[in-house]
Design a protein around this ligand. Structure first.
Ligand code: PLP
Length: 440
């Protein structure tokens, strides 16, 4: 093992069972294309393309080259009252990929920061228009919007909220999630049942008065909770309700942007335009941390008032628009275009759906869900030990099948490369099935 016991102990790992992991660490020391390299000399297939991040594979030569060049040219530049060429270039490129009404992007360093930035922009936008009383925020059960206070408050993943109960933001409500085994079991693609669940927003408008609500945030396809595709017509209904009450609609596209569901942004795939889009992950193919918040012209212009010499939004990060991250972003977007990544992703959907739903009749499986290149196979939990089966599959796949996968409790999640080989998708499922067949 390449990591010393002292080094292992020194690192408090995120979203990890630290003590269990450190008993037998799974250490990755390199990556290339679709594979990781482990410290015991193995090449293991990455079935999750990073953490929904690395759609066109690891260490993509063009992104590596761009990062190396940038770090040797301009390693850092202050971003407040100053700017550098690369970040303007990236902003123009992202906006060019977006649906027409989107005209500006604000850069952050992660999905969590993007979400909190988007919520702040929504509140400040209403205030700038003389509607500062619109302060209420609406999220959704099982939504994941990162781990900062805003995102955690509008998010709906109970384990993430549990320890912080009374410190969550006040004035937040949640719509119901859209998972319902009775109606939506093992559905392929978007469920036909469930659009009416968007009526929850109408109920919350009746309760609080829609005129007091600033924004509604949803992940168009909920990912981290185990992939919950929106019911047909659900997002359209949210849009209609928001329009009727003057509420901003935020799509958290940290996962769905940049080809994961076959288009640059999920908004385009669904034909529904929110007012604000958050992004991260695929923005740089995961190579350098970076996020963004893209807004429609009307939002940007609401801030461009008052003396021209005054700062319009007192918000930003030391590393907003970092030059090396921006260079990675430009190179990633160029690669997506040159390699036809979004189209390729779309063309892989049918095969992915087919191999994923080969689990429909597995005796341990209670649900299978998919949309785009996002999927989940959810196992029944072992009585009294929720999550145990999922973790067993994870570990056995790593040690015995040379496969890295991601599980959220007993749901195995799938985020295949956007340029996957179909045979590798098949191979991934075969290996997982072999392990699942051996579970009690
Ligand atoms: N929003 C969504 C929809 C996400 O899926 C994630 C992460 O998976 C986040 C926000 C948080 O992003 P980060 O981990 O980069 O802070």
């Amino acid at each position: 093992m390449t990591v010393s016991a002292a080094a292992l102990e020194a690192y408090w790992m995120p979203f990890t069972a630290n003590r269990d992991y450190k008993k037998k660490p799974r250490v990755i020391v390199g990556a290339k294309g679709h594979y990781y390299h482990t410290d015991d000399g193995r090449k293991v297939y990455d079935s999750f393309s990073g953490l929904w991040t690395s759609g066109i594979g690891h260490c993509h030569p063009k992104i590596v080259e761009a990062v190396q060049k940038q770090v040797a040219t301009l390693d850092y530049s202050l971003g407040f009252q100053a700017g550098h060429d690369r970040v303007f270039e990236l902003a123009e490129k992202v906006v060019a990929l977006a649906p027409e009404p989107f005209t500006q992007i604000f850069f952050t360093n992660s999905g969590s920061e993007s979400v909190d930035t988007a919520l702040k922009i929504a509140l400040a936008y209403h205030r700038a228009r003389g509607e500062g009383h619109r302060t209420r925020l609406i999220g959704r059960e099982r939504g994941y919007h990162g781990v900062n206070f805003g995102g955690m408050s509008v998010g709906g993943m109970s384990p993430n909220r549990k320890a912080f109960g009374s410190s969550l933001l006040p004035g937040v409500d949640h719509m119901r999630h859209t998972w319902d085994l009775e109606h939506n079991c093992k559905v392929r693609g978007l469920p036909a049942w469930g659009a009416h669940l968007a009526d929850d927003l109408e109920r919350l408008c009746a309760l609080h008065d829609g005129g007091n609500i600033a924004a509604v945030i949803v992940d168009p396809v909920a990912g981290s909770t185990g992939v919950l595709p929106p019911p047909v017509g659900y997002l359209e209904k949210l849009r209609e309700t928001c329009d009727r009450h003057g509420i901003l609609l935020i799509f958290d596209e940290v996962i769905t942007a940049f080809g994961r569901i076959g288009t640059a942004f999920g908004a385009q795939r669904f034909g529904v335009n929110p007012d604000i889009i958050t992004m991260a992950k695929g923005l740089t193919n995961g190579v350098i941390p970076m996020g963004g918040v893209m807004v429609q012209e009307k939002i940007y212009q609401a801030f461009m008032q008052g003396p021209e010499s005054a700062v319009e939004l007192f918000h930003g990060y030391t590393y907003s628009g970092h030059p090396v991250a921006a260079a990675a972003g430009v190179a990633a977007l160029n690669a997506y275009e040159e390699e036809g990544t979004f189209e390729q992703s779309r063309s892989l959907e049918a095969h992915f759906e087919e191999v994923l739903h080969s689990f429909d009749n597995h005796p341990l499986v209670k649900d299978v869900r998919n949309f785009g290149l996002m999927g989940s196979v959810e196992m029944e939990s072992r009585p009294g030990a929720p999550g145990a089966r999922g973790m067993e599959v994870h570990k056995k796949c790593f040690w015995e099948e040379d496969l890295v996968l991601r599980n959220g409790m007993d749901a195995i999640q799938f985020s295949p490369f956007l340029n996957s080989k179909p045979d590798d998708m098949t191979m991934t499922m075969e290996k997982i099935r072999k392990v699942m067949d051996g579970l009690d």
